[in-house]
Design a protein around this ligand. Structure first.
Ligand SMILES: Cc1cc2nc3c(=O)[nH]c(=O)nc-3n(C[C@H](O)[C@H](O)[C@H](O)COP(=O)(O)O)c2cc1C
Length: 175
């Protein structure tokens, strides 16, 4: 890779689950939401909604539903990414669109010095149902994922992930 092309802001992102006791600014939250809304989506339908959460009592209820989200207790904020079946292209495209938006949020958060972690909701129907009730979502709106946010309170490794053997040229068998 050419030395002058720097993609460290992608390569150095990791899931952050430990946060400082410091509140994120409204401006930073808006930056993360803006990144989400600039994600690609099928036929540019942008079929998403975002619920910004800073209420600890909601974090507590969410943690009771979701077993892998205990670190929310220290987060400044979290954002619930929701897909709207009335807005999407059909055939379940809201799922792919929301995934693109979620990744944009993680990258933007990292780029501005925040720590973030994707908390999976879709495709677990049991979790989706309970989370839909918790956030009082309309029938046509589905919870996709939660992203926790805070100032990082941890250091982390950056193991090599580039695997040339996973790259195929023209067809599967040609190397
Ligand atoms: C679909 C999806 C669901 C995830 N769900 C959770 C989760 O519920 N709790 C959690 O702590 N991390 C969750 N993660 C984060 C992954 O554990 C993490 O991305 C993975 O271990 C790679 O580490 P990295 O993000 O630091 O590169 C999820 C990630 C994805 C893409």
């Amino acid at each position: 890779m050419a030395d002058n092309i720097n993609i460290d802001w992608i390569l150095k992102r990791r899931s952050i689950r430990k946060y400082k006791n410091k509140r994120i600014s409204d401006e930073e939250i808006e930056t993360v939401l803006k990144a989400a809304m600039y994600a690609p989506s099928a036929v540019n339908r942008q079929p998403w909604h975002y619920i910004v959460i800073d209420d600890k009592s909601i974090f507590n209820k969410f943690m009771e539903i979701h077993p892998h989200s205990t670190f929310l207790k220290d987060a400044s904020h979290a954002i619930l990414i929701c897909g709207d079946e009335k807005l999407h292209h059909g055939d379940g495209y809201w799922i792919v669109d929301c995934a693109a938006a979620t990744e944009n949020m993680l990258l933007a958060a990292h780029h501005i010095g925040l720590g973030a972690c994707w908390i999976g909701i879709h495709p677990r129907e049991d979790r989706k149902k309970l989370i839909k009730e918790l956030f009082q979502l309309p029938a046509h709106v589905h919870a996709f994922a939660m992203v926790s946010l805070g100032y990082p309170a941890t250091t982390y490794d950056l193991p090599e992930r580039f695997k040339p053997e996973r790259i195929h040229k023209n067809t599967w068998s040609k190397k």
